[in-house]
Design a protein around this ligand. Structure first.
Ligand code: 13P
Length: 344
């Protein structure tokens, strides 16, 4: 393992003024997104959509890395350029989702454990050959009655650590994504408690597997009220509780934290990120705080595109605008006036 180069890649992923574009939807999930705007889930349409995203001129000004799904790494864009090559042209590092999905956890109805460790060492070698520099593995934690169970927290933390160790051995930076789901009526206090417990266990397992904290990126969910909570906490509270949680759980050696959007509205996710970075200015926080959004970056572009080539330019403009606003939020420089300009 070349520790220095791993650490350099990890720092480059969270470089000031940029974030990570998550576009690693599995084929069924990509299908859900496409079908929501009336586009059939064919290979051709997935290529067209992903070509729209990655062919956006100037995307590399705000995006350090893009997380791809397995098929995308092997395909050519509509312009006939391989996707890894297209990324290289944009100055964006290619990353790859390597888990094989969250499956039902045995004996624990309604909870999931993420799979994909079998054969992972060999797959990582192949991905490196395609130019991948970093990987992603997502664990899913559900809040509900008697949930999450210790079994669920522990199984997912252990799998994340095994994955991370394999990535670092292969010279790839692991993105560690423990997502505490926003679904439910829980309060922000419950979200805080569950997220602290989840992240403590994740870092304990990473430590036990000898993972280098300086050669990884954490991709957590924000501490936030559940979508059905009758009284949802305001932006400042989300920022405050999320930072408090990170300070209780994340080692200072971790170079950066790139949040997922997790079903928040596009603007909502940006406002939260900005509020955290405003608070971070007043506190000597050891890590960079940026974004690794999928839906909160892609949604506006997808809605405009609707599979029609005539909408390509406005869709790309919308993606670039969202990327720029989030890049500003990652330095605490976003504001409502900028949002209005984009909407106009
Ligand atoms: P969202 O930002 O849509 O939550 O997606 C992030 C992601 O990578 C999910 O694994």
């Amino acid at each position: 393992m070349n520790t220095a180069s791993l650490r350099e890649t990890a720092r480059a992923m969270v470089v000031p003024g940029k974030g990570i574009l998550a576009m690693d939807e599995s084929t069924p999930t990509c299908g859900k997104r496409l079908e929501a705007v009336g586009v059939e889930n064919t290979e051709e349409n997935r290529i067209a959509y992903r070509s729209l995203l990655l062919g956006t001129p100037g995307l590399g000004d705000y995006i350090s890395g893009a997380i791809l799904y397995d098929e995308t790494l092997r395909q050519q864009s509509t312009e006939g350029v391989s996707f890894p090559q297209l990324l290289q042209q944009q100055g964006i590092m290619p990353g790859i989702k390597v888990d094989t999905g969250a499956k039902e956890l045995a004996l624990h109805a309604g909870e999931k454990v993420t799979e994909g460790l079998d054969g992972l060492r060999e797959r990582l070698e192949e991905y490196r050959g395609f130019g991948a520099r970093f990987c992603k593995w997502r664990a899913v934690i559900t809040i509900g009655e008697f949930k999450p169970s210790i079994a669920c927290l522990q199984a997912n933390a252990h799998a994340l650590a095994r994955y991370a160790a394999l990535c670092q051995e292969a010279g790839l930076v692991p993105i560690i994504e423990p997502e505490v789901l926003i679904n439910g009526a829980h309060t922000i206090e419950t979200s805080y408690d569950v997220t602290v417990e989840t992240q403590r266990r994740v870092f304990d397992q990473l430590y036990r597997q000898d993972v280098d904290f300086a050669g990884m990126v954490l991709k957590p969910s924000m501490v936030i009220s559940g979508t059905d909570c009758p009284q949802r906490a305001p932006v400042e509270e989300v920022a405050e509780q999320t930072l408090r949680c990170l300070q209780q759980t994340v080692p200072a050696a971790v170079p950066g934290i790139a949040f997922l959007s997790g079903g928040q509205g596009d603007e909502e996710a940006t406002r939260h990120l900005n509020a955290m970075n405003l608070l971070a200015r007043e506190r000597a926080l050891p890590w960079r705080l940026t974004f690794s959004f999928a839906r909160a970056l892609q949604n506006p572009a997808l809605k405009i595109w609707q599979g029609d080539p005539a909408n390509l330019d406005p869709a790309r403009k919308a993606l670039l605008a969202r990327a720029r606003l989030n890049a500003l939020a990652s330095s605490g420089e976003y504001n409502e006036a900028l949002e209005q300009q984009v909407a106009a």
